[in-house]
Each structure stands twice: as structure tokens, then as C-alpha cells.
Design a protein around this ligand. Sequence first.
Ligand code: AMP
Length: 123
Amino acid sequence: MTEETIFSKIIHREIPADIVYQDDLVTAFRDIACKAPTHILIVPNELIPTLNDVTEKDEIMLGRMILVATKIAKREGIAEKGYRLIVNCNRHAGQEVYHLHMHLLGGKPLGPLLGGLPKTLAR
Ligand code: AMP
């Protein structure tokens, strides 16, 4: 059996967290060290360590993660101005918790993620 993570404990309500949504496939809760006014993590209830570990059987859950993110964005009032969804995979992306999760960030201008387009292309 795969080891429990801190996120499994949140999902099973063994440790406290500000859970904003839960259903049969995913749980969403506020990030403890928020990097934006809205910073919510959307997490599969089943422990999948990284994006590299998803398979065809996870298609519905992966769709649910995005759908839930869009619903929460609307509920948080950030949908119109915009938000960012991020999934970090492994060390080069800075993944810290090895339980797949999607960051929903918004509530302020987030700046260009990749430094923006080169000036020659930005028309
Ligand atoms: P990542 O770098 O993509 O693995 O992001 C992990 C995120 O989990 C970080 O933004 C942490 O602040 C967040 N985090 C870690 N522990 C907790 C916790 N107990 N409750 C809520 N968020 C957490």
C-alpha cells in the first residue's frame, strides 16, 4: 500500500484544513502558505504521487479536478478577472508534496509565468 501523505490526512479529516469542497473523487482546501489572495489546492482523494502516475483510469478524476477548480474560481469571485492553475511534477518543478494536486491561484495580477513572449512575437 502507498504511504499516507499530509494531504491524505486532510482528506480523511485527521488533521485540520480549510476544506472548501469535497466529493467522491476530489477534495479542495486552502493552501496553508498562500501565494495569492485565493490559493486553493485541488487534490484527488486517492493517493497518486505525481502527474507521471496517472493512467487512463484517472480520466474522470482529472476532468473533475479542472471542473471543480472552475467552480471554485467562480465562487471565489476571481473567474472574470482570471486565475492560474498549476500542477508541479517532480523536483525540477518544485513539487514538495507527493500527492498530486492542482494549485488554483488568483485574486491579484499574477504576472507572466514564463517571462512573457519575446517582443517580436507579442503582437
Ligand atoms: P507543491 O510545491 O506543488 O508540492 O505544493 C505543495 C503546497 O502544499 C505548498 O503550496 C504548501 O504551502 C501546501 N501545503 C503543505 N502542507 C499543507 C497543509 N497542511 N495544508 C494546506 N496546504 C499545505
